[in-house]
Design a protein around this ligand. Structure first.
Ligand code: NDP
Ligand code: DGY
Length: 329
C-alpha cells in the first residue's frame, strides 16, 4: 500500500511476534515493517521513537498505548492491532477521538485460556504444587489420611464473575466434573447461560454461596480492585478463588491478608500486579496461593493463530478494508 508520496506505509511492531504473523505481513508486500527485535518488552523511549510516522502499530498487552504514544506516532496512524483480546492497555477514548481503528484477538484464545484456568483451579484446589514440592524435598513420609487434602469440584457450587467468551468456556469445562450449581454475575443475564444451567445472581450471593469463584471478566473501571477485603469477607472460609482476568481486578494486599488469616482457603492467579510479580512478593510465601506467569493463551497453536489474526487486522486497517476482528466502540 503506497502513501500519497508513493512510498510503502510504515508499520511498527513492539515485539517479535509469532512467525505466522510475520509471514502474512511479508507476503502482503504492502508495508514497510520495523520492529522491536526482541522477546523482551520495549522501553517507553524506544516505543515513542519507533512509532514515529507509523501508519500501523502492532502492540502487546504490556505496552501502554496512551495519548503520548499516539502523539508520538502522529497523524499517519490509522490502525492499532493488539496481540490480545484484553484491551485495557489501550486509551480507547483517545484512540476514538483520533479516528484510529483497533484490531484484537477474541475467540481464537478462548479454549486455551479456559483450559488453563481449569488447570489452575484444579492445581490450587487439590494442592498440586505443594504435593510436587513435598515429593522433591523428602516431605512425603507415607500415605496419611488428612495429608494434602483439598477441595473437590464434584457436588460443588462454582461462581463465574464475567460469563463472557472465556467465562462460558470455563463453565462448560467444569460442569462435567459434577458441579451442582453454576452461578454467574456480570452486568447482564445471558441467554446462552442455559447451556450450563447458569443462574444469574447478585455478586454478594455468588460470593457467599460459591465453593469456587472464577474471575474471568474484562478489566474496567468497575472491576478494577473489585476483589478486596469486603469481597473476601463475603466468601466461604473454604472458598477457592481463581483469577485469569487481569491482575488489577485483585487487591493483592487484601488477598494476602485473606489467605494468611484463613478468611478464604486458597487462590490461583494467572495474572498479577505487576507482571512479573517480584520474587520476594509476600503472596509467593503462601502455600495456599498458586501463581502462574500469565500463560492463559500460551499454546503453540493459539499463539500462532493470534499472530496471524493480529497481522490480518493490521493489514485490514492499513488498506481500509474489513478487519477479521475489529473492536467496535
Ligand atoms: P468477553 O468480553 O467475552 O467477556 C468479558 C466479560 O466481563 C463479560 O461477560 C462481561 O459481562 C464481564 N464484565 C464486564 N464488566 C463487568 C463487571 N463490572 N462485573 C462483572 N463482569 C463484568 O471477553 P473474553 O471472555 O474474551 O475475555 C475476558 C478477559 O480475560 C479479557 O478482557 C482479558 O483481560 C482476560 N484474558 C486473560 C488471559 C490470560 O492469559 N489469563 C487470556 C485471554 C483473556 P457483561 O457482558 O455482562 O458486561
Ligand atoms: C489477552 O489476550 O488478553 C491475554 O491476556 C493474553 O492472551
Amino acid at each position: 500500500m503506497l502513501t500519497a508520496a508513493g512510498k510503502l506505509m510504515k508499520v511498527f511492531l513492539t515485539r517479535r511476534i509469532p512467525p505466522e504473523g510475520m509471514k502474512i505481513l511479508s507476503a502482503a508486500g504492502v508495508c514497510e515493517v520495523s520492529q522491536w527485535d526482541s522477546d523482551e518488552p520495549i522501553q517507553r523511549a524506544d516505543l515513542l521513537k519507533g512509532v514515529q510516522g507509523a501508519h500501523g502499530l502492532l502492540c502487546l498487552l504490556s505496552d501502554k498505548i496512551d495519548a503520548e504514544v499516539l502523539d508520538a506516532a502522529g497523524p499517519n496512524l490509522k490502525v492499532i492491532s493488539t496481540l490480545s483480546v484484553g484491551y485495557d492497555h489501550l486509551a480507547i477514548d483517545e484512540i476514538k477521538k483520533r479516528g484510529i481503528r483497533v484490531g484484537y484477538t477474541p475467540d481464537v484464545l478462548t479454549d486455551a485460556t479456559a483450559e488453563l484456568t481449569v488447570a489452575l483451579l484444579l492445581a490450587t484446589a487439590r494442592r498440586l504444587p505443594e504435593g510436587v514440592e513435598e515429593v522433591k524435598n523428602g516431605g512425603w513420609s507415607s500415605w496419611k489420611p488428612l495429608w494434602l487434602c483439598g477441595y473437590s469440584l464434584s457436588g460443588s457450587t462454582v461462581g463465574v464473575i464475567g460469563l463472557g467468551r472465556i467465562g462460558m468456556a470455563i463453565a462448560r469445562r467444569v460442569m462435567p466434573f459434577g458441579v451442582k450449581r453454576l452461578l454467574y454475575s456480570g452486568r447482564t443475564a445471558k441467554d446462552y447461560a442455559a447451556e450450563v444451567n447458569g443462574e444469574y445472581v447478585p455478586l454478594d450471593t455468588l460470593l457467599s454461596e460459591s465453593d469456587f469463584i472464577v474471575v474471568s471478566c474484562s478489566l474496567t473501571p468497575e472491576t478494577q480492585g473489585m476483589c478486596d477485603k469486603a469481597f473476601f469477607s463475603k466468601m466461604k472460609n473454604t472458598g477457592v478463588l481463581i483469577n485469569s482476568s487481569r491482575g488489577t481486578v485483585m487487591n493483592q494486599e487484601d488477598l494476602y491478608e485473606a489467605l494468611s488469616s484463613g478468611q478464604i482457603a486458597a487462590a490461583g492467579l494467572d495474572v498479577t500486579t505487576p507482571e512479573p510479580l517480584p520474587t520476594n512478593h509476600p503472596l509467593l510465601t503462601l502455600k495456599n496461593c498458586v501463581v502462574l506467569p500469565h500463560i492463559g493463551s500460551a499454546t503453540y497453536s493459539t499463539r500462532g493463530i493470534m499472530g496471524a489474526l493480529s497481522a490480518q487486522n493490521l493489514l485490514g486497517g492499513l488498506q481500509g478494508t474489513d478487519m477479521p476482528s475489529e473492536l467496535t466502540f
